[in-house]
Write a protein that binds this ligand. Structure first.
Ligand SMILES: Cc1cc2nc3c(=O)[nH]c(=O)nc-3n(C[C@H](O)[C@H](O)[C@H](O)COP(=O)(O)O)c2cc1C
Length: 167
């Protein structure tokens, strides 16, 4: 085997999962940011976690409001995933700027994009410093699904967003 770096390893695990972190901004609008580094943690109680760069505006909003929805994007959101993963909500309103159609989820102030396959509604339990990221550990409050959507993944590292091929 060849000795490689961890960033290189992350390209070799393609396709990697993709989610949109949906949070409330200071102006009460919704911010969307792409994360690949999310995982299920526990089924009883139901918990998930995701890691975001310390400088991320989404992370700041999660720490402030302690509420977050992870949405799993369907194929119609492939471009949205790229755009929301390359601009910070600190400077722009991504929903408005990128003309993203949104939908409401029962009992949640935070909206999620249309064409989401899953919405995992969470409250922040804790966050931990992990190198250049914070790991956000969340209690899952409810999950909604739209089974007609096909989930997308990040290929070639994080460059290409498309479904996983079966078989
Ligand atoms: C496919 C893809 C996956 C990404 N995964 C992560 C991730 O897991 N963690 C992270 O901190 N940033 C990730 N990013 C980058 C953030 O989405 C990006 O820094 C974004 O601008 C943060 O927005 P915000 O400042 O509004 O939170 C990813 C970007 C792309 C395109």
């Amino acid at each position: 085997m060849d000795k490689i770096s961890l960033p290189k390893a992350s390209t070799l695990t393609s396709p990697n999962p993709v989610a949109l972190v949906c949070t409330t901004k200071k102006d009460n609008h919704t911010n969307l940011a792409t994360v690949s580094w999310w995982t299920y943690l526990s089924f009883n109680p139901e918990m998930i976690a995701f890691a975001m760069m310390k400088s991320s505006y989404s992370g700041e909003m999660v720490r402030e409001h302690r509420k977050v929805i992870l949405s799993i994007p369907g194929t119609d959101l492939s471009q949205t995933v790229i755009k929301c993963g390359s601009h910070s909500g600190r400077n722009i309103d991504k929903v408005k700027e990128f003309n993203i159609q949104m939908q409401s989820i029962p009992n949640a102030d935070i909206q999620i994009p249309l064409h989401s396959k899953l919405a995992i509604c969470c409250s922040l339990k804790d966050y931990v410093e992990v190198g250049d990221h914070y790991l956000y550990i969340c209690n899952v409050e409810s999950v909604y699904a739209n089974d007609t959507e096909t989930a997308v993944y990040a290929w070639n590292g994080y460059a290409e967003i498309r479904p996983a091929n079966k078989g």
